[in-house]
Design a protein around this ligand. Structure first.
Ligand code: NAP
Ligand code: ZN
Ligand code: ZN
Length: 349
């Protein structure tokens, strides 16, 4: 057992503060990773502030982790000391249920072991996330990271990347698809990059005109400010697919109206409140309202390899660990371009 530096939420209403957490000795199949960068996801805020309910404290958030392998167990095959490695939203699952054997471990029937705010599969040992200097994870739940990409920009791929890549693939977005990405934050800006890379026509729906130039640089063909009723009406019955990344309460019915025949709006954003949907908002054009949760290990590796091949990374603002509370406040105001990434050197000193 090692004790390592971390930052933790000690309650839903207090700022994150320094903490020390235990990390196990690497077992036969484990890799020990010196964490270099850790992305800041809006889910970290939802959970640290207990907005979804059921949070456990102290909580060390962070599930967009990249670092360098420092030790490996004697049965480890995929990694050697010195390799780059990534860890996303989960660190284990049962490996035997239908969803695990289908490569969709995020839906494990026996309960996925989340990277933080959860437990290992023993259901006793708490898990602690990436706002820390070191982590030990089974190699099967650890991703290979290319050394050709900028490392801070890779960290957000482990959640924001796979969460947008997976639904765009599942709903077969490609050339000829008219796609709207709703919300231009950490997830949204990756959604724009992937939808563009897959050959779709991409529109960003945003609260703020100030992100238009960046959206177009990332591959968007069009940009609509959602408060502009005239411009919104022009897009009624226009899109085949809407990737809804919005983190706060909004009226789904209003945006379903933008879908054309057989169109789908997929929710990846997780506002804490229930939002009523009118039957008529779906029935009119045989529309679908769907949801998607990150992606399995196989698809996450596929996404990382795709990014390495195409040179895709997240646009990031690198911060020291000590600025995390300010970063949370700025994310709530949608003021991040486009993902905060913590430089873990700031915690090692
Ligand atoms: P983020 O960086 O804070 O971005 C959220 C964006 O939502 C903002 O940039 C803003 O876009 C838009 N927004 C915020 N409040 C709004 C409002 N009142 N009305 C309309 N738009 C609003 O957050 P994120 O890290 O991308 O995460 C987004 C959501 O996805 C969170 O709820 C998070 O928990 C969830 N999530 C889900 C999964 C999954 O697997 N399903 C994975 C990761 C995260 P504009 O500035 O363009 O208006
Ligand atoms: Zn996340
Ligand atoms: Zn399972």
């Amino acid at each position: 057992m090692k004790h390592v530096h971390a930052f933790a939420a000690f309650s839903a209403t207090t700022p994150l503060a320094p903490h020390t957490i235990p990390r196990r000795q690497p077992g036969h199949h484990d890799v020990e990773i010196d964490i270099l960068f850790s992305g800041v996801c809006h889910s970290d805020i939802h959970q640290a502030r207990n907005e979804w309910g059921g949070s456990t404290f102290p909580m060390v958030p962070g599930h967009e982790i990249v670092g360098r392998v420092t030790r490996v167990g004697d049965h480890v095959k995929k990694f050697k000391v010195g390799d780059l490695a990534g860890v996303g939203c989960f660190v284990d699952s049962c490996r035997t249920c239908y969803n695990c054997t289908s490569g969709e471990e995020q839906f494990c029937d026996n309960g996925t072991a989340w990277t933080y705010n959860g437990t290992e599969m023993d259901r006793v040992t708490p898990t602690y996330g990436g706002y820390s200097t070191l982590i030990v994870v089974d190699e099967q739940y650890t991703l290979k990271v290319s050394n050709t990409l900028s490392l801070p920009g890779v960290a957000p791929l482990l959640c924001a990347g796979i969460t947008t890549y997976s639904p765009l693939r599942h709903w077969k977005v490609g050339p000829g698809s008219r796609v709207a990405v709703f919300g231009m934050g950490g997830l949204g800006h990756m959604g724009v990059k992937f939808a563009h890379a897959f050959g779709a026509e991409v529109t960003v729906l945003s609260t703020s005109r100030s992100k238009e130039a960046d959206a177009r640089r990332m591959g968007a063909h069009d940009f609509v400010v959602i408060s502009d009723e005239t411009e919104m009406k022009k897009r009624h019955k226009y899109f085949d697919f809407i990737l809804n990344t919005v983190s706060a309460h909004h009226d789904y019915n209003h945006y379903l109206a933008l879908l054309r025949l057989n169109g789908t709006m997929t929710l990846v954003g997780i506002p804490p409140e229930a939002i009523p949907v009118k039957a008529n908002a779906l029935i009119g054009q045989r529309r679908s309202l769907a949801g998607s949760l990150i992606g399995g290990i196989r698809e996450t590796q596929e996404m990382l390899d795709f990014c390495a091949e195409k040179g895709i990374v997240s646009d990031v603002e690198v911060i020291p660990m000590q600025q995390i509370n300010e970063a949370y406040d700025r994310m709530i105001r949608a003021d991040v371009r486009y993902r905060f990434v913590i430089d873990m050197a700031s915690l090692k000193g």
